[in-house]
Design a protein around this ligand. Structure first.
Ligand code: F6R
Ligand code: MG
Ligand code: MG
Length: 364
């Protein structure tokens, strides 16, 4: 028998502005998932939040893209939305593109990262949840975890990792995907992954096909055809014996790399790793946050979590991120703090150009 871990997330309303999901919403999600656990649909679950996003981590035996599991998550978010409306929370129901469930939660707004696997004798799994950024934010750290020997010592010294990994990359603009092998094609892979708004890692496998990592890649703004919030992503990564060690999976986040998102989904800023408690994007609606939770999966139950960035060893990263935030902010409305116009979630540029159309004069 196999275990499935499904992480499904949505922003259905927050305090004040796009800041923090209200605890009452998490309680409502808890009720719905607890019912599903009592009926046996779920084996276990853990609910958390990063900024204004609620993240539901669920284990069960029903495989990926299971209709009932997805419907349960959707129902939880619908009920939480009612409460959000009652409290007049900001952006109530913002990530739900429909009010009726239609078979699969994909395309309906919430983000999904899930994987099914046969449990090893001991199976450490790490879940990451972000706010104020997009799925491509995981490209750099996942590349480092699974392909960079300067991050992951095991790629060089552990015979069970020495083979490398396969990366499934989505082209979110053209709705197509490609699988690439590392280390063989690492330079070609990096040529894609550097374009974080277009090419995003969806899944990573061992060379024998075993699943190693999965990321939510929904781009809400592309689905809805207009701005409805950033696509604050989640990822699930397996660790140890045959996979990178937990510490190798965590290490890349000691570098607060620049990601797109932040204020109005239209700025580059440092990804700051914090504890669950400190996952409150406040300064200029940010800077972008990531939390990490370490579990052991045991007979389809979640043992843990350990709040991975609740570690003084990450204090210098947070300080560096705060300094980078100050440095980036000093650019005000200029690139590369402000995103290039094609990538902005908000823009007044077409309107400004229309207004200036007749005043623009051809130059010889
Ligand atoms: C970014 C984000 C916020 C909002 C900003 C403006 O992902 O959620 O930065 O974009 O607070 O929000 P509105 O347009 O709702 O006033
Ligand atoms: Mg929001
Ligand atoms: Mg959010």
């Amino acid at each position: 028998t196999k275990t499935t871990i499904s992480v499904i997330k949505a922003d259905v309303g927050s305090v004040s502005g796009h800041g923090v999901a209200h605890p009452a919403l998490l309680d409502i999600c808890e009720d719905t998932l607890e019912n599903a656990r009592e009926t046996g649909l779920l084996n276990d679950y853990y609910i958390t939040r990063c900024g204004d996003d609620i993240d539901m981590i669920m284990t069960h035996r029903n495989g990926e893209e299971n209709e009932e599991v997805h419907e349960t998550a959707f129902t939880a978010f619908m009920k939480a939305t009612e409460k959000a409306r009652e409290l007049k929370l900001y952006g109530a129901g913002q990530d739900l593109l429909s009010d009726t469930f239609s078979g699969n939660i994909k395309g309906m707004g919430p983000g999904v990262a899930e994987m099914e696997f046969k449990e090893r004798p001991s199976d450490p799994v790490i879940v990451y949840c972000c706010d104020k950024t997009e799925p491509g934010a995981f490209n750099l750290p996942l590349y480092k975890i699974f392909a960079d020997p300067f991050n992951t010592a095991g790629l060089v010294i552990d015979p069970s990792l020495h083979d490398g990994f396969k990366f499934e990359v989505f082209d979110v603009m053209e709705h197509r995907k490609v699988i690439m092998e590392c280390p063989e094609e690492s330079y070609d892979l990096l040529a894609l992954l550097g374009s974080t708004g277009r090419y995003v890692i969806k899944r990573i496998f061992k060379k024998n096909g075993e699943i190693a990592a999965a990321v939510s890649t929904e781009r809400l703004n592309l689905m809805a055809g207009q701005y409805v919030g950033k696509d604050d992503p989640v990822a699930v990564v397996r660790a140890q014996s045959g996979f990178p060690a937990a510490g190798e999976v965590i290490e890349p986040f000691a570098f607060p790399h620049l990601v797109s998102g932040w204020m109005r989904g239209s700025h580059n800023g440092p990804l700051m790793p914090t504890s669950q408690e400190e996952a409150n994007p406040i300064r200029f609606d940010g800077p972008p946050r990531i939390i990490g939770l370490g579990f052991q999966v045991a007979d389809s139950e979640l043992i843990g979590p350990v709040d991975l960035f609740d570690d003084p060893a990450f204090d210098p990263t947070r300080k560096e991120a705060a300094n980078i935030a100050t440095y980036m902010r000093r650019h005000g409305p200029f690139e590369p703090h402000r995103l290039p116009s094609e990538e902005m979630e908000y823009t007044s540029l077409p309107g400004v150009l229309t207004k200036l159309e007749e005043r623009f004069k051809k130059m010889d």
